[in-house]
Write a protein that binds this ligand. Structure first.
Ligand code: PGA
Length: 251
C-alpha cells in the first residue's frame, strides 16, 4: 500500500503568530483524514513550535533540508539527529532550490537522504527537470539520473523507507502546473526505474507531485494512477488551500 501524503513546504516563510493559527488548523484537519497524512515542513527555528502545536494530532512535522554530516565543525549546519530530537518525521532533501541556489549535487543529495534514514526519519527526495531540459526532451534522462544516484547510495532497504517527489522546476512557484497527464507520465517513468531495480519498492513507494499544486487542481493531479499526493509550497501557507489539498490527497 502506497502512503498518501500532503506535504507542506513553507520554504523561508512564517512568523510565530501566523504559524500557530495555521498549525492549529492543520492539526484539526489531519484528524479527519482516513488514509492521507498531512505533513508540514517548517523553517528550523519553528520546529519546536510545530512539534508542540501538532502534538497528539495525526499531522507530522518535517525539515526542509539537513546536513549530510552527523556533527562537527560545520558552522550553520543542522544534523539529522537534531531534527529528530525536535520531532521531525520527514525531511525534504534535494529540493530544486537547494540544487539551484546552494549548489547541491546528486551525490550530496544522496548523502543527505542517507543521513535522514540513519536517524529513523523519512527522506522526501526531490527530482525534476528545468524548462530548458524539458524543451530539449531530456526530462526522463535528468530525473532518472537524479533518482539513480540516490538509489545507488541508499540501496534497497533505504529506498524502501523513502518518499520520492517529482517537482518540475518550471512549475515551482510559477503558477504553471504540469498537466495531470504530464505528471503521470513522469511518475510512471520513475516507478518503472524503481521496478527495474526492485518490483516491491516500485509497488510500495509514494511518489508525490510538486509544482503549483492548489486546491483547484489537486484532485485531478492526485487522481492519477502513479501520483500519491503532493509537495506543496505557496498553497501550504494558506489554511483553506492546504486543508483542501489534504482532503484531496485523502481521496
Ligand atoms: P509551489 O512549490 O507549490 O509554490 O510551486 C512547490 C515546492 O517547491 O515544493
Amino acid at each position: 500500500m502506497r502512503q498518501r501524503l500532503a506535504v507542506g513546504n513553507w520554504k523561508m516563510h512564517g512568523s510565530l503568530p501566523e504559524n500557530q493559527a495555521l498549525l492549529d488548523k492543520v492539526a484539526v484537519t489531519a484528524g479527519g483524514l482516513s488514509r492521507a497524512i498531512a505533513v508540514v515542513c517548517v523553517p528550523f527555528p519553528y520546529l519546536a513550535q510545530a512539534r508542540s502545536a501538532l502534538a497528539g494530532s495525526k499531522a507530522a512535522s518535517g525539515g526542509q533540508n539537513v546536513s549530510q554530516y552527523p556533527k562537527g565543525a560545520f558552522t550553520g549546519e543542522v544534523s539529522a539527529g537534531m531534527l529528530r530530537e525536535f520531532g521531525c518525521r520527514y525531511v525534504i532533501v534535494g529540493h530544486s532550490e537547494r540544487r539551484q541556489f546552494f549548489g547541491e549535487d546528486d551525490a550530496t543529495v544522496a548523502l543527505k537522504a542517507r543521513a535522514v534514514l540513519a536517524e529513523g526519519m523519512i527522506p522526501i527526495v526531490c527530482v525534476g527537470e528545468t524548462l530548458a531540459e524539458r524543451e530539449r526532451g531530456i526530462t526522463e534522462e535528468v530525473v532518472g539520473r537524479q533518482l539513480g544516484v540516490v538509489a545507488d547510495r541508499l540501496g534497497a532497504e533505504g529506498l524502501k523507507a523513502s518518499v520520492l517527489a517529482y517537482e518540475p522546476v518550471w512549475a515551482i512557484g510559477t503558477g504553471k502546473t504540469a498537466t495531470a497527464e504530464q505528471a503521470q507520465a513522469v511518475h510512471a517513468y520513475l516507478r518503472g526505474v524503481l521496478a527495474a531495480r526492485d518490483e516491491s519498492i516500485a509497488a510500495s513507494m509514494s511518489i508525490l507531485y510538486g509544482g503549483s499544486v492548489k486546491a483547484a487542481n489537486a484532485t485531478e493531479l492526485f487522481g492519477m494512477r502513479d501520483v500519491d499526493g503532493g509537495l506543496i509550497g505557496g498553497a501550504s501557507l494558506v489554511a483553506e488551500e492546504f486543508l483542501a489539498i489534504c482532503r484531496a490527497a485523502d481521496g
